[in-house]
Write a protein that binds this ligand. Structure first.
Ligand code: JFZ
Length: 429
């Protein structure tokens, strides 16, 4: 069986054009506010963790607010954690009591989120954790160094893993049938022997695609960490997914399969150091750096999924809001160099990055030159015109000035040698 490369490219067309999305990690872990792995890392017993279930009451939760913030930042899609590793469900599953509708808050957060995405004309994705620290039939480890170690139960405990698989199938079927069209399914994650058919992945994919034929699926049903799964092989498995998802790593070059064909990918990253809300983590990346990373992703044929972790009241942290607003300000003038753009036909220039659409080449100047901008590989005759993306004002092409002797095309960034460059930091021409 397997999948065809062409089908994957067709299915992911919108995804590769939209380029920029928001990841939202939200759950009970927002209450202890020390990241989404807190239960595992601090080895909190299940019964103790249930305290947060009782406390859960995100009174300021407003899905429209979250989605609008993403939209204003220039993002085109949003992915929300329907269930994270702790097993707590933000949707009204009939297969568990451990869900938001059973808390004092009592609302189906996934439903409200998906409705908001549709109202705001944004694509919507759901993250579903394959791991489940709450389910009694999910394997537990007593090895402190194992990634799944936090559970205080023991490895030799009798479990019925098939039972868990059934639970997982049931829940995923609820997700893909109860809420209308879902654009992305983001499974997380495989490790050790817990991969591929261990999850009954072929059957799972078949079921998901039966209900949602156009859905895009990540690659973590069979891979994690350094492994990219069979998406890069000649034989692509049924459950290889549709895109690679490097986490907190921006690939140094476009990602390709072993035949050299480009593979869709999406880098997911945090703004600070944590996915889930973390009250003491104030080490946020600057908006300038994040904008540049977005450009770099697009220049390498990839997407960027930027995370926020709302707090226990349902508010997105103020630091994140500010960053998103600043990104939105840049996107307002420069987004046409992001959407529908990808790898350029020219090599990366010294001063920044190129992105390219069907019609235009975009020059992202990260390191502004003194004097004109050299376009080493582009002949002057090939250029119809050059303008500044901020205001479409014309820039002149030349091969003049002191560097006349080099046969290179230049863009004049200033009217003349003694005037200031028109181009600002991180401008696009
Ligand atoms: C996973 C989650 O554990 C994490 O909480 C977050 O949701 C992130 C987006 O995804 O993190 C992983 C998953 C796999 C690896 C590393 C981090 N891995 O295999 O290297």
């Amino acid at each position: 069986m397997g999948q065809k490369y062409e089908d994957i490219m067709k299915r992911t067309e919108w995804f590769r054009n939209e380029r920029f999305g928001m990841f939202i990690h939200f759950g009970l872990y927002a209450i202890p506010a020390r990241g989404e792995w807190v239960q595992n890392r601090e080895r909190i017993e299940k019964e103790k963790y249930y305290k947060y279930f009782e406390m859960f009451n995100p009174i300021n939760f407003d899905a429209r607010k979250w989605v609008r913030l993403a939209k204003q930042a220039g993002m085109k899609y949003v992915v929300l954690t329907a269930k994270h590793h702790d097993g707590f469900c933000l949707f009204d599953s009939k297969y568990t009591d451990f869900k938001s509708t059973n808390t004092q808050f009592g609302r189906d957060i996934v439903k409200e989120f998906l409705d908001a995405c549709r109202e705001e004309d944004m694509k919507a994705g759901l993250y579903y954790s394959l791991l489940d620290w709450n389910h009694e039939d999910y394997p537990k480890y007593d090895d402190a160094f194992h990634p799944m170690s936090g559970n205080v139960n023991f490895r030799d405990e009798k479990i019925n893993f098939d039972n868990y698989i059934k639970y997982m199938f049931n829940q995923i079927e609820e997700i893909v049938t109860n809420y209308g069209k879902i654009d992305i399914m983001w499974f997380d994650f495989s490790y050790d022997e817990m991969s591929g058919e261990k999850w009954k992945a072929s059957k799972l994919i078949e079921m998901v695609r039966k209900h949602q034929p156009e859905i895009i699926i990540d690659n973590r049903l069979e891979s994690s960490g350094e492994s990219m799964g069979s998406l890069i092989e000649e034989e692509i498995s049924e459950y290889a997914g549709d895109f690679l998802n490097p986490e907190q790593v921006l690939p140094y070059k476009p990602l390709t399969n072993k035949k050299g064909e480009f593979i869709p990918w999406e880098m997911c990253l945090t703004m600070n150091y944590n996915w889930g809300y973390s009250a003491n983590d104030h080490s946020f990346k600057t908006s300038k750096r994040l904008i540049r990373k977005l450009v770099e992703c697009v220049s390498k044929g990839g997407n960027m999924l930027l995370n926020v972790g709302p707090d226990a009241k349902g508010n997105i942290p103020q630091e994140s809001i500010k960053i998103l607003e600043e990104i939105g300000e840049w996107m307002k003038y420069n987004s046409e160099s992001i959407y529908n753009c990808g790898i350029a036909e020219f090599n990366k220039p010294e001063w920044g990055y190129f992105t390219q659409s069907d019609r235009y080449l975009y020059a992202h100047i990260f390191d502004q030159p003194i004097g004109p901008l050299p376009l080493v590989e582009i002949q002057k005759e090939k250029i119809n015109w050059v303008d500044l993306l901020r205001d479409y004002s014309e820039l002149h092409v030349s091969n003049n000035l002191f560097v006349k002797s080099y046969d290179i095309t230049f863009i004049d960034l200033a009217e003349d040698l003694n005037s200031r460059n028109k181009v600002n930091d991180a401008d696009t021409v």
